[in-house]
Design a protein around this ligand. Structure first.
Ligand code: HEM
Length: 397
């Protein structure tokens, strides 16, 4: 595609590996060399324009959703997202799918299920391994998967719920170390192989969802919701437990008031430094000026929270964990968008906050969770999310 802003000249494979291995370092190097708006080239996606100017958040996320398609852009990274789903759709298909899930994710519906969430979390917390290291993210993922299956999808049948949780667990795991985005249709031979692999991996979950809904089409739509709902809350909860495991004074205030101002600032600061979703993605359907650059229609644009949440123009000492900054007056007035924004803002935000308020206390009550690494693990990129490199190795004593 002609007329794109300049960017790293390394080969596509090199950029792909560098981006997935250490996305913060890779994107920072690009910003230092080329400025706020630059183009990267990845094996599995077309050229992507990174728009890290503070004004890009408003320019793209608040844009008319028909002029900047989120669904199409996400499908270029996650080719398996369903074009008729709330995550992968655009226009009328997106609006229809959004209407399907809105009531199950409304504050009223979510709040009614908080006790059950806490009970699910307590059961999993009691079963944590003791006295030996284990990847915390996997254990937390089991909790968020079960909450999703039982409380959002409303599946009460014990056998079916257990089968669905087990099959979802295998869904988004991607091959390779560092994990890279799975290639899909349109990526040639590698893409066809990737598609086969994914279809095989998704078959048990699709079968269980079809059984639960009695409707194969609806099951496919829900599969994309599962993909959007699975990783980000588990990652957010895991980083929070990591942080609270390192700083015991924060743990006390968090437990005293999980939704109080102090706990809220810990949550915000964790989502700022370790945003589960690395970016908001949009595909332009018409030419648009972004960060001072004229971009053509058809281009994919990434607004990276990875960079903007650590922008020194908006946050003093941006790499430091300082929850107190959110309680200062004036509070930081810089781009902070862990849940995205505009018409395509996350529909699971309320559920995510309810999970934070119920799951974190349940895990803290189970024992002292101690992360193994002296510093928080490196964030690596996996498809659209940022995960702790070793799944956050921890011990419970
Ligand atoms: C801490 C937890 C979570 C984080 C950080 C998060 C983050 C995000 C982000 C950044 C987006 C893209 C927004 C944009 O492009 O502007 C998104 C979209 C979405 N999220 Fe979440 N999410 C979380 C939890 C959840 C949960 C629990 C669910 C479902 C139950 C969910 C379902 C979705 C869906 C369906 C979309 C697509 C919305 C649309 O395009 O209309 N998310 N999320």
């Amino acid at each position: 595609m002609n007329g794109l802003p300049p960017g790293p000249r390394d080969g596509v494979l090199h950029q792909t590996v560098a981006f997935h291995r250490d996305p913060l370092a890779f994107l920072r190097a690009g910003q230092v060399e080329f400025g706020d708006v630059f183009t990267i080239r990845l094996l599995t996606a077309r050229p992507v324009v990174v728009a890290a100017a503070p004004e890009s958040v408003g320019e793209l996320l608040e844009a008319d959703p028909d002029s900047a398609h989120a669904g199409e852009a996400r499908r270029s990274v996650l080719p398996f997202a369903d074009p008729c789903s709330v995550f992968g759709g655009d226009g009328a298909a997106h609006r229809a799918a959004q209407a399907h899930v809105a009531s199950a994710l409304s504050p009223g519906a979510v709040d009614e299920r908080r006790e059950e969430m806490a009970a699910i979390a307590a059961r999993h917390a009691e079963a944590l391994p003791r006295g030996r290291p284990f990847p915390l993210l996997e254990r937390v993922r089991d909790v968020t998967d079960e909450i999703f299956v039982r409380l959002v999808l409303g599946i009460d049948d014990e056998g079916l719920a257990t089968r669905l949780v087990a099959s979802i667990r295998h869904l988004l795991s991607t091959p390779g170390n560092p994990p890279v985005t799975l290639p899909g249709p349109g990526d040639g031979l590698v893409g066809r192989l990737g598609q086969k692999l994914f279809e095989r991996r998704q078959a048990p979950a699709l079968a269980a969802l079809s059984e639960a809904t009695g409707d194969r089409r609806r099951a496919e739509e829900l599969m994309s919701l599962v993909m959007a709902a699975q990783e980000p809350p588990a990652i957010a909860l895991t980083w929070l437990l990591d942080r609270l495991g390192r700083e015991s004074d924060l743990t006390e205030s968090f437990l005293a008031a999980p939704e109080g101002a102090e706990a809220d600032s810990v949550v915000k600061e964790t989502l700022r430094l370790q945003p589960p979703a690395s970016a908001a993605l949009r595909r332009l359907t018409a030419p648009r000026r972004v960060g001072g650059h004229e971009l053509p229609a058809g281009v994919d644009v990434m607004v990276p929270s990875t960079l903007l949440h650590r922008d020194p123009r908006g946050f003093a000492d941006p790499d430091d964990f300082r929850p107190g900054r959110w309680r200062e007056t004036p509070a930081p007035d810089a781009p902070f968008f862990p849940f995205g924004g505009g018409a395509r803002r996350c529909v699971g935000e309320h559920l995510a906050h309810a999970q934070i308020a119920t799951v974190v206390p349940a895990f803290l009550a189970a024992g002292r969770i101690r992360p193994l690494a002296p510093e928080p693990e490196l964030m690596v990129q996996r498809a659209t999310v940022l995960v702790p490199k070793r799944g956050l190795l921890a011990r419970v004593d």
